[in-house]
Ligand binder design. Structure first.
Ligand code: KG4
Ligand code: ZN
Length: 337
């Protein structure tokens, strides 16, 4: 089964053709990052307008690379939640028109379910159940993947997402948006012990709280400025990354152990972080767990992961009609359309 999938939830307009949920026939991602960089973050109206301008060309390129016509695909999958509402509406309306114009099934896909499904494209042997850590710009979750379309969230952030915290700390250090990858690079040159940062407490041991950590970085920088001292961005990046990775690793591994999972996976934009990849790899080995993670090309937003998840949603009969809407927020375990 070939699914044409579309993703437009934030600042990437993407389309892909995915075969049977596991094989990338084609994948195209048009990023808007250079433009949003000028404003230090994503400007929602600009994002919607750029999606509107590029979506036809991106879909055409994905079909061309797949050497297929729109008539030849079996279904259309689209991200319908969560994300920037104006951005999501562009993809949803485009997919809706295409599906109903061509009389193809329309499959609504939850963006975070898509991030998790990126692992199916890289690991043919991966099947639920397993436990997944999702760390992206908007979400930080510890999720039990009970089945391809059945999830149980056992921990989530009570304030900022991990990626958001990376980006805000990076901004305070003077790095461009989105700063996660700049912190990652800088931390390779730094000493993580030079600055000490807090490890915030949460009532539920599997929840996360990153806003105190972000504030600590901002305060550290302000205090140094007031004293006329210079911050070492490499050392601060290393301390920050080390702290975030240790928090994510400790809670995720404890949750997997408590629930008895021997199979664990990582997903979301922050899955690209070299420190997190390495520390989870180590922790999994020490705990005798099998560890799955997406290649760097599938960590950030893309439509291939949406097409992978769409295949499994289709198997469960999750097909939308022409009244499909987009939603800015929606829990991964309570999907409705
Ligand atoms: O999943 P994603 O592409 O978008 C959302 O669905 O939110 O995640 C984007 C986030 C950004 O916060 C970005 O800074 C972060 O992923 N990110 C990283 C790295 N690469 C991307 N964070 C830390 N280290 C990286 N190497
Ligand atoms: Zn994402």
């Amino acid at each position: 089964m070939n699914i044409l999938s579309i993703e437009s939830s934030c600042d990437e307009t993407a389309a892909a053709v995915i075969r049977d949920g596991r094989e990338i026939v084609s994948s195209v991602v048009a990023t808007q990052i250079e433009e949003h960089k000028l404003y230090g973050g994503v400007v929602p109206e600009i994002a919607s307008r750029r999606h509107c301008e590029s979506i036809c060309a991106v879909v055409a390129e994905a079909l061309e690379k797949a050497e297929m016509t729109a008539e030849e695909v079996d279904a259309i999958g689209v991200t319908f939640a969560p994300g920037l509402i104006g951005a999501l509406l562009v993809g949803v309306n485009y997919a809706k028109s295409l599906a109903f114009g061509l009389s193809k099934p329309l499959i609504p896909v939850h963006h975070i379910r898509g991030h998790i499904a990126a692992n199916y494209l890289a690991h043919p042997e991966l099947e639920p159940p397993y436990m997944c850590l999702v760390a992206s710009g908007g979400h930080s979750h510890i999720v039990e993947v009970l089945d391809y379309t059945e999830f149980r969230v056992i921990g989530r952030t009570i304030d900022d997402a991990a990626g958001e915290c990376f980006d805000k700390a990076a901004r305070a250090m003077g790095f461009p948006y989105p700063g996660g990858k700049y912190i990652d690079e800088a931390s390779k040159l730094g000493d993580p012990t030079r600055y000490s940062l807090p490890d915030p407490h949460t009532q539920n041991p599997y929840d996360f709280s990153f806003s105190g950590l972000k504030t600590a970085v901002i305060n550290l920088i302000h205090n140094a400025e007031q004293k006329g001292e210079q911050i070492n961005a490499n050392d601060l990046s290393a301390a920050f990354q080390h702290t975030v990775c240790k928090i994510l690793e400790r809670k995720f591994i404890a949750a997997a152990r408590e629930k008895g999972y021997k199979k664990i996976a990582l997903a979301g934009g922050v899955a690209a972080n070299s420190g997190l990849r390495a520390s989870l790899e180590n922790a999994a080995r020490e705990n005798g767990m099998e560890f799955f993670l997406p290649p760097l090309s599938l960590c950030g937003d893309n439509a291939a992961m949406i097409g992978a998840q769409a295949f499994y949603e289709f198997q469960k009969g999750h097909i939308a009609d022409e009244s499909l809407n987009a939603f800015a927020t929606m829990s991964i375990d309570k999907v409705r359309f």
